[in-house]
Design a binder for this molecule. Structure first.
Ligand SMILES: [Zn+2]
Length: 553
C-alpha cells in the first residue's frame, strides 16, 4: 500500500445529517449491531479525512489549498463531535440487555464523553480555544536578538545546550527576559483560562475543574488521589537520585554551583550526535529494528516502501513530530523534522513506537479502541526508546553508550518536573480565587519540593516562581502532563525486563500494542504484567536499576 493511494471523502453537514439519520434510524428500530457498524465506518471515514487534511497542512503550511481545507476541518470538528455525542447518548439510553453486547470499556468512554459537553457551555468552550490561541500566538511572536541574529524561542534551544557555559547563561537570560516582559499578559491569559474552565465545570455540576479535566482526558479508571500517591513516589524515589546526579555533574565539570542553565548539558563532553544524515538513519534503522524484533522490522519495511514517513526538515513545514493514522487504511504515518542532533533518534524511535502500536491494533473492532488514552499511548512510544538501547549503535555509532546514558538521565530528570507541573495545576484549580502572585508562590514552593537542586542564580524572573509560564500544556492542554510520567514508569519497567530477557519482553510489548485502547490504562498494565504507577513501590526497583546502570555504564 502506498500513502498516495489513501483518500477519504470530505464530510459536509448535509452528508453527515443523512448518515447520522440512518444510524439513529437503526437504533430506533432496535438494530443495535447494524447501528454500531454504520456508525463505526462513518467515523473511520471522517477520521481518515481529518488526519489527511491536518497532515497535508503540516507538510506545507504555505499551500493555500491545504490551508483552506484545514480551516474547514477546524470548523467541522465540533460539528462532527456533536453528531457523535447524539449517537453516544442514544446508545447509552438502550436497555441493559441491548448494551450487554457492547464492550464495557466503550460504554465507560462514551459515558465520560457525554458528561464533558452541554450546549450551555458551548460559548465558553469557544472562548477557551480563543484564549489558548492567544498564548500560542504570543509565544510564536518572540523575536529575540541573540549573537547578531533574530531567533524565536525554539531557535534558542541549541544555545541552551552549548558546551560554553557563558553561552548557555546568555541563552537562558534571553529566554526568561521574553517571559518577564510578557509576564503580566501571561498571568492575565492564565487567569481567564482558570475562570472559564472553573465556570464550565460549575455549569456541568462539578465542584472544580479538576474532575471535568479528568473526564476530558477519558480517565475512567483513576482519580486525583491515585495521581497524588504517584507524585509522592516520584518525590521519595526519584528526587534524591536526580539530586545526586546533579551533584555529580557539578563535580565532574568543576563548577562551584550548578545553575539552571547548566542542567541541559547532560554530557560534559557535549551531547552526542547521530552517526549519519537522514538517508543513513532511515537505512540503518531497518537493521536496528531487525535486531530489536522481526515484527517491528517487517512493519518498518512497509512504512518505508509505502512512503508513510516525512522526516525532512523543510522551511514551510510545521514544527515538531507526531504520528497520525488513517483508520480506513490501517496504516499510520510519521511526521518529523530531523535536525542532525540526538533529538532525531529520540523522535524517530518514539514515533515509530506510536506507529507500531497503531498498526498492531488496526483490527480492533471499534474506532474508540484504535488509540488508547494518552498515558497508555505514551507507553508504546517511550518504551521503544528504551527497547532500542542495545542496538542504538546502528544509529549513534561510537556515541551509543553516551546516548544511552544521556537518554536515561533525561528520563529520570523529567519525572520530578512532570510531577511538579501536575501538582501545580491541581493546586491552581482547587484555589481558583488565587491572585497571580499566589500562583507564582505555589510554583516556587513546589519547585523547591520536587527539584531542590534548582538554582536560578541571577535569573530573577523564574526564581520568583514563573517557570510554569513556559510550559505550553498548562495553558493549552490542562492536566495532560502527568501522562508522560505515568508512561515513563511503564517504559522503565519494560527496559528493566528487557535487560533480563529481551525476546520475552518484546512479546509482551507487541501484545500490549495489539490491545490498543481496548481497555483503560491500569488494565492494560495488568495485562502486560507491569506494576501500576499507582501502587506503592512502582518506581523503587526501576530507579535502583537506573542508578546501577548510570554508575556502571
Ligand atoms: Zn508520544
Amino acid at each position: 500500500m502506498y500513502f498516495e493511494e489513501i483518500t477519504a471523502p470530505r464530510p459536509t453537514r448535509e452528508n453527515l445529517e443523512q448518515a447520522y439519520a440512518r444510524i439513529h434510524g437503526a437504533i430506533r428500530a432496535g438494530n443495535f449491531t447494524d447501528a454500531m457498524t454504520q456508525w463505526d465506518s462513518q467515523r473511520r471515514e471522517t477520521e481518515s479525512w481529518f488526519a489527511l487534511t491536518y497532515l497535508h497542512f503540516s507538510q506545507d503550511t504555505t499551500d493555500a489549498q491545504y490551508k483552506a481545507q484545514r480551516e474547514y476541518a477546524d470548523e467541522m470538528g465540533p460539528v462532527v463531535a456533536d453528531f457523535d455525542t447524539t449517537v453516544k447518548k442514544a446508545l447509552l439510553e438502550q436497555s441493559a440487555a441491548t448494551l450487554s453486547v457492547a464492550a464495557p470499556h466503550a460504554l465507560a468512554l462514551w459515558k465520560t464523553d457525554i458528561q464533558t459537553f452541554d450546549p450551555a457551555i458551548a460559548k465558553d468552550l469557544e472562548a477557551e480555544s480563543r484564549v489558548e490561541a492567544r498564548y500560542t500566538e504570543l509565544l510564536a511572536s518572540a523575536r529575540i536578538a541573540f549573537d547578531g541574529q533574530t531567533l524565536n524561542l525554539s531557535g534558542l534551544t541549541p544555545y541552551s545546550q552549548s558546551l560554553d557555559r557563558s553561552v548557555r547563561h546568555r541563552a537562558a537570560t534571553a529566554h526568561w527576559q521574553f517571559f518577564q516582559t510578557h509576564g503580566p499578559e501571561l498571568d492575565a491569559i492564565f487567569d481567564q483560562l482558570v475562570s472559564l474552565r472553573s465556570k464550565m465545570a460549575e455549569a456541568l455540576g462539578d465542584a472544580s475543574f479538576t474532575p471535568l479535566a479528568y473526564r476530558r482526558l477519558r480517565r475512567v479508571d483513576y482519580g486525583p488521589e491515585q495521581v497524588d500517591r504517584y507524585r509522592r513516589e516520584i518525590h521519595t524515589h526519584v528526587t534524591p537520585l536526580v539530586a545526586r546526579l546533579m551533584e555529580e555533574r557539578r563535580k565532574t565539570n568543576n563548577w562551584d554551583t550548578l545553575y539552571a542553565w547548566d542542567e541541559p548539558l547532560i554530557d560534559p563532553t557535549g551531547n552526542p550526535t547521530p552517526a549519519g544524515d537522514q538517508a543513513f538513519l532511515v537505512a540503518a534503522a531497518q537493521e536496528m529494528f531487525a535486531d530489536i524484533d522481526s515484527r517491528l522490522a517487517e512493519f518498518y519495511a512497509q512504512m518505508r516502501s509505502g512512503r508513510f514517513m516525512d522526516l525532512t526538515n523543510r522551511p514551510t513545514k510545521a514544527g515538531g513530530g507526531f504520528c497520525t493514522s488513517f483508520p480506513t487504511a490501517g496504516m499510520p504515518y510519521i511526521f518529523a523534522n530531523f535536525n542532525g542532533t540526538h533529538h532525531d533518534i529520540d523522535v524517530f524511535t518514539h514515533e515509530m513506537g506510536h506507529a507500531f502500536q497503531n498498526f498492531q491494533s488496526r483490527r480492533q473492532p471499534l474506532i474508540d479502541f484504535l488509540w488508547p488514552t494518552m498515558e497508555a499511548a505514551e507507553i508504546h512510544s517511550m518504551s521503544l526508546e528504551f527497547l532500542a538501547y542495545p542496538y542504538i549503535g546502528r544509529l549513534m555509532g561510537a556515541g551509543a553508550a553516551r546516548y544511552r546514558r544521556m537518554h536515561l538521565t533525561a528520563a529520570l530528570e523529567f519525572l520530578p518536573y512532570g510531577a511538579c507541573v501536575d501538582h501545580f495545576q491541581h493546586e491552581v484549580f482547587a484555589n481558583r480565587q488565587h491572585s497571580a502572585a499566589q500562583r507564582h508562590e505555589i510554583w516556587r514552593t513546589l519547585e523547591s519540593h520536587y527539584m531542590p537542586w534548582r538554582n536560578w542564580g541571577d535569573l530573577s524572573y523564574p526564581a520568583s516562581g514563573a517557570r510554569w509560564q513556559s510550559q505550553r500544556h498548562i495553558y493549552c492542554s490542562p492536566f495532560y502532563y502527568i501522562d508522560y510520567t505515568l508512561a515513563q514508569c511503564a517504559a522503565l519497567q519494560f527496559w528493566r525486563l528487557s535487560n533480563q530477557n529481551h525476546r520475552q519482553t518484546m512479546d509482551r510489548y507487541v501484545e500490549l500494542c495489539s490491545l490498543g485502547g481496548s481497555a483503560p490504562f491500569t488494565e492494560l498494565l495488568k495485562a502486560s504484567g507491569l506494576v501500576s504507577p499507582f501502587d506503592a513501590g512502582s518506581l523503587e526497583s526501576v530507579v535502583q536499576e537506573a542508578a546501577r546502570f548510570l554508575n556502571a555504564d
